[in-house]
Write a protein that binds this ligand. Sequence first.
Ligand SMILES: [Fe+2]
Ligand SMILES: [Fe+2]
Length: 169
Amino acid sequence: MLEMPFKSDVLTQPFLDYLAGQFQLDLKGVHGIAHWLRVVVNGRMIAKHLDVNIKVIELFALIHDSRRWNHLSDINHGLRAADFCNSLNAKWFAADETEMRLLRTACRYHSDGKLHPNPTIQTCWDADRLDLGRVAIEPDRNFLGAYSASRPDLVLSATERSKQKFAGL
Ligand SMILES: [Fe+2]
Ligand SMILES: [Fe+2]
């Protein structure tokens, strides 16, 4: 199984293996493990510049697409991911009720194409959207957080990374 590329307080190799093991689709597909990990990287990159909850962002990155049943719109995959969070908490990570509310909301509505006033939730969504280049879609800057206007370098580096192909993934 792919190794975690960095240390994290909440994301461990066994947790990543568990999520990968229950995934219904090809792990090497556009919604598979490379996408999850790029969303982690994007989230960390954005979080350095904002007052946000990095635990929630990393958890979102790994969980948000992990309950997809197909690579099409699969309109309920966000809701399934949000419900999944409840069964994972206290087993694979420890999140309090405030963090769980943020995580479930971020998962549930992540593919609805909206902005959110909470910076942690918006960072989750931005981290995901900045990986749209993998499916040849440019992220719509009208739906990125306010930081993006002053940090076009972050948007550019994530967008470039999203278009790269990695050996074996
Ligand atoms: Fe998704
Ligand atoms: Fe995603």
